[in-house]
Design a protein around this ligand. Structure first.
Ligand SMILES: [Zn+2]
Length: 106
């Protein structure tokens, strides 16, 4: 039987019971729930918090890049996720401030 698992389901299932594809999803979900400090205010936030989506609504390999914003009150800086290569070996991604693309800063 081919059951479509929710993200929450995948995270709480042992690797040995997951298909190859679901294992990859689990890896990506783990990254999504990891927290990193905001480079501006230092508050920890996860990808999900910064994107403002619930765990089960998080679409892996979705279209386009989600926009991330620091969820802390009084901060709200736009962020982007920086993924160093070593993350693939179990390291940690981190937040960088998103650079303004057009024009000088106010
Ligand atoms: Zn912040």
């Amino acid at each position: 039987m081919n059951v479509d698992r929710t993200n929450e389901d995948i995270l709480s299932t042992e690797d040995s019971k997951l298909s190859g594809l679901d294992k990859q999803r689990k890896f990506l979900l783990r990254m999504a729930i990891q927290v990193s400090p905001c480079p501006v205010c230092g508050d920890d936030c996860s990808l999900l918090e910064a994107a403002g989506v619930a765990l089960n609504d998080y679409a892996l390999g979705g279209v386009g890049e989600p926009s991330f914003r620091c969820p802390a009150n009084e901060c709200g800086v736009e962020l982007r996720q920086a993924i160093p290569l070593f993350v693939l070996g179990g390291g940690h991604w981190f937040w960088m401030r998103k650079h303004a693309k057009n024009g000088p800063q106010k």
